[in-house]
Design a protein around this ligand. Structure first.
Ligand code: UD1
Length: 352
């Protein structure tokens, strides 16, 4: 096997991870997945392999388990870079169980950084979130938009992990005796939606979904009775919140670009952040209307109270990702919702 482009993908069986593994194979990389299935199904691997047309190395284990990850690195050898998805992501749960979130989300990054140094792995791409901006004072947000205090332990883990990466890069820079040429990129995702157009992989929320689009598709397919729109008295054109919905396949491709950028980066000790969104925003009602159009379904929805902690509106300025990474979103809201719906129907068929 050609090890030149071997990449460890933590959380590679998850929603964004699985789509990224597919794009890595398409770009000539050899992804190696580590996932503990805490929020993923073993069946995902089959879907990935079917699309990719090749077997994928898979390790079932926890990124917080330093000896497990170390054994993996010893076995695999020659891992050139890491894409670190593995993390908990439910905002509400993080408020109830902060220790679980801090331990898992921060602990796993620390394990990776320690081992990256020991095994001389230079590059890491980290899954961050637009949640680091809170409700920004100016829209669209650029990477220079000041961060706001995190609204939840989940949001805080994203901010802290970005800081850990930056501090670690700077520490090696200042301490010339250190030999580790760490280079890191944090990708700040806006709202990932959609599924692979093959309908072989997609989002698999455990239990009741927190996010808008899986809630919409589960309602349309009859798994939920109705969807509640969280507030219609915001200062937006139709009163509902605005988000930047990015197709998961476009998002997956951004990771490949980030990895390429890092490996071409001559300068050691490099850290940077990039917004990954479409550059535009849609209201909740626009999402619902667009879903009704592409699915030809009438959605049972009602207006309810605001959800605590929601920001009114946020969407990305993506100039830096466009120009520096050479990445841009191709797919729009219609394609995203079409693919989410096709995926939901494929799941239904598989369960019949
Ligand atoms: C949420 C998290 C964010 C995280 C992201 C990961 C919160 C407050 N924020 O973002 O930190 O990075 O998920 O994917 O949870 N909506 C409804 N009805 C619903 C569900 C959602 O009206 O049943 C609305 C929300 O008010 C929001 C929009 O849909 O305006 C999108 O919500 P969601 O998919 O939960 O994403 P975010 O809240 O943007």
């Amino acid at each position: 096997m050609d090890d030149k482009n071997k990449v460890l993908v933590t959380g590679g069986a998850g929603y964004i991870g699985s789509h990224t593994v597919v794009e890595l194979v398409a770009a000539g990389y050899t992804p190696v997945i580590i996932d503990n299935y805490s929020n993923a199904e073993p069946s995902v691997l089959k879907g990935i392999e079917k699309i990719a047309g090749t077997p994928i190395k898979f390790y079932e284990g926890d990124c917080n388990d330093v000896s497990y990850v170390e054994n993996l690195l010893r076995t695999e050898k020659n891992i050139q870079g890491i894409i670190h998805f593995a993390a908990y992501k439910a905002v509400g749960e993080s408020v109830l169980e902060p220790v679980k979130y801090y331990e898992n989300n921060i602990g796993s990054l620390l394990v990776l950084l320690k081992l990256m140094k020991k095994y001389n792995i230079p590059d890491i791409v980290f899954s961050s979130s637009c949640t680091v901006y809170g409700q920004p004072d100016q829209l669209p947000v650029t990477e220079k938009t000041p961060k706001k205090p995190a609204e939840s332990p989940y949001g805080n883990t994203k901010q802290v992990c970005e800081e850990i990466l930056e501090d670690t890069v700077n520490s090696y820079f200042q301490n010339k005796n250190e030999q580790h040429n760490l280079k890191a990129i944090a990708l700040r995702y806006f709202n990932p939606v959609g599924a692979h157009p093959s309908s072989l992989i997609g989002e698999l929320p455990l239990g009741v979904p927190n996010n808008l689009v899986p809630f919409i598709t589960q309602t349309a397919v009859g798994l939920r009775e109705k969807i509640v729109v969280f507030g219609d008295n915001y200062n937006t054109p139709d009163g509902t919140c605005i988000r930047d919905y990015i197709h998961v396949v476009d998002l997956a491709k951004a990771h490949v670009k980030a990895l390429e950028y890092l490996s071409n980066q001559e300068k050691a000790q490099f850290f940077d952040t990039f917004n990954i969104g479409t550059g535009g925003g849609n209201t909740v009602l626009e999402v619902i209307k667009t879903f009704e159009k592409v699915s030809d379904q009438k959605l049972n929805y009602e207006i309810g109270p605001r959800r605590e902690g929601d920001v009114e509106q946020i969407y990305a300025n993506v100039e830096k990702s466009n120009t520096v990474l050479g990445w841009q979103a191709i797919l729009g809201l219609e394609e995203s919702l079409r693919d989410s719906w096709a995926w939901q129907l494929a799941l239904k068929k598989a369960n019949e």
